[in-house]
Write a protein that binds this ligand. Structure first.
Ligand code: KIV
Ligand code: ZN
Length: 510
């Protein structure tokens, strides 16, 4: 019978720390709810002391999530642990995750502490965290470059102090599968009270081995794997959750390990994260890349037609990709639409469903084939709707290669006002429209990033646009989708502004 390995997701902490992946409160809540549906055992919601925004998101996620352990990171400092404990107060299953570096390099140059001081701090801080929370994880930062004997000593001591999980991070992505497995075996053999704690691993991908190292550790006895969706994270990222889970699933014969992950939610979770952050995965990325299940060559297609197992080691359905690509048309009614999105696993409230259905009708009128992917982009961002301070009412663009572009923009504000502005620009319809919106909102934003992609193939494909706007020191994401790419661009910009306003409101309330 297979044993279980726990999946600890750190998309919202280590993942969010990476360039281009920052999320605001509403976005983090949306991801947290999806991680709960995915079935992760633990989600690290943030680093509560890092900023008021981080504190607010840990607090909101802790209050919202009911079936998953919610963790907050804390350095081995009382002020960090106080902030983590405070932010986690509303959690059903809270965990304080405290860490200190244990490698000679880190202790000497970063911490400027002796081994004895690090050991004493670790014990003291685990005991301190235990006053607030039964579930305490202790991480030995840079464990893979630490002296194993010192690791055994510190792990034994923190378990005696009450740690329920000891984490072995490969912080700089330096280790190899054989070496890391040996380290885990060493911990099992040399830490006398190890049976009282979970052994966790946390691997970075600097040498492209994060998943391999995590799997080798699991085979050697690790009982928790820390990872992120799409492998996002510091530098080259963290071990990718979807790759770890599908390896364990597909090769049960060698690993003999199960997870509690509902694999049919993998595709949706990956897409949600990409659409929120605007960071898409490479097409050939294992499991969630656009081409991961595409069989292009004639020989492969022939084999697949004869018997799928010739070239398919796992099914696209197992990660939630449906085989049925052709779906509803313009004559489909609301019930059929509702059934379809339910069968795709989306649960929308009445208002969000009505909006999605209206958008579907408009799309079906214009587009011959409405695919699952088209429907997915209409509904995937409506699961946790945020209040819209501004809504697009209409726009008119006058543009051409020999004239100055004008954009006439009309927005509706949440107070019910109609706001109108006309702006001309030499730089095309998007520049003119964004300037018009800035005028209407009464602020000027810096456009940090603008990415446009087509949802499917064909000239009648929908375009999806991700933008990032900067307001002072913060960056906000926006997302828009439409068959008209100028409209998708406008919607993305307005959504980024709404995200910013929502985030600022939420922070006031914390
Ligand atoms: O990579 C690392 O060492 C970490 C720790 C804080 C767990 O992220
Ligand atoms: Zn890390």
């Amino acid at each position: 019978m297979a044993n279980f390995v726990k999946i600890f997701d750190t998309t919202l902490r280590d993942g969010e720390q990476s360039p281009g992946c920052s999320m605001n409160l509403a976005e983090k809540l949306e991801v947290a709810s999806q991680l709960e549906r995915l079935g992760v055992d633990v989600m690290e919601a943030g680093f509560a002391i890092a900023s008021p925004g981080d504190f607010a998101s840990v607090k909101s996620i802790a209050k919202t999530i009911k079936n998953t352990t919610v963790a907050s990171l804390a350095r081995a400092l009382t002020k960090d642990i106080d902030a983590a404990a405070d932010a986690l107060k509303g959690a059903k299953y809270p965990r304080i995750h405290t860490f200190i570096a244990t490698s000679d390099i880190h202790m000497e140059y970063k911490l400027k502490k002796s081994k004895e001081e690090v050991l004493a701090t670790a014990i003291e801080m685990v005991k301190y965290a235990k006053k607030f929370c039964q579930d305490v994880e202790f991480s030995a930062e840079d464990a893979s470059r630490s002296n194993p004997a010192f690791l055994y000593q510190i792990f034994e001591a923190v378990i005696s102090a009450g740690a329920t999980v000891i984490n072995v991070p490969d912080t700089v992505g330096y280790t190899s599968p054989e070496e890391f497995a040996a380290l885990i075996r060493g911990i099992k053999e040399n830490v006398s009270n190890i049976h009282k704690a979970d052994i966790s691993v946390h691997c970075h991908n600097d040498l492209g081995l994060a998943v391999a190292n995590s799997l080798a550790a699991a085979r050697a006895g690790a009982t928790q794997i820390e990872c992120t969706i799409n492998g996002i994270g510091e530098r080259a990222g963290n071990a990718a959750l979807e790759e770890i889970v599908m390896n364990l699933n597909t090769r049960k014969d060698i690993y003999g390990l199960d997870t509690r992950i509902f694999t049919k939610e993998i595709h949706r979770t990956s897409k949600l994260l990409s659409s929120i952050t605007g960071v898409r995965v490479q097409p050939n990325k294992a499991i969630v890349g656009e081409n991961a299940f595409a069989h292009e060559s004639g020989i492969h297609q022939h084999g697949m037609l004869a018997n799928k197992s010739t070239y398919e080691i796992m099914t696209p359905e197992s990660i939630g990709l449906s085989e049925n690509k052709m779906v509803l048309g313009k004559h489909s009614g609301r019930h059929a639409f509702e059934d379809k999105i339910k069968s795709m696993g989306y649960i929308l409230d009445k208002g969000a469903l009505t909006t999605a259905f209206e958008q579907f009708k408009i799309l079906a009128d214009k587009k011959k084939d409405v695919t699952d992917r088209d429907i997915e982009v209409l509904v995937c961002r409506k699961m946790v709707p945020i209040p819209e301070a501004y809504k697009l009412d209409r726009f008119v663009i006058n543009s051409g290669n020999t004239i100055t572009t004008t954009s006439s923009m009309r927005l509706l504000s949440k107070t019910g006002h109609i706001l109108e502005e006309v702006v001309s620009s030499y730089d095309g319809p998007i520049d003119a429209s964004y300037k018009a919106i800035d005028k209407l909102v009464g602020r000027k934003f810096i456009l940090e990033d603008f990415v446009i992609n087509s949802v499917t193939g064909g000239t009648d494909a929908q375009g999806e646009v991700n933008v990032k706007i900067r307001n002072n020191d913060r960056v906000y994401n926006g997302y828009g989708v439409s068959m008209d790419i100028v409209e998708a661009s406008i919607l993305a910009y307005i959504s980024a502004i709404n995200n910013m306003l929502y985030d600022q409101e939420e922070k006031k309330e914390v």
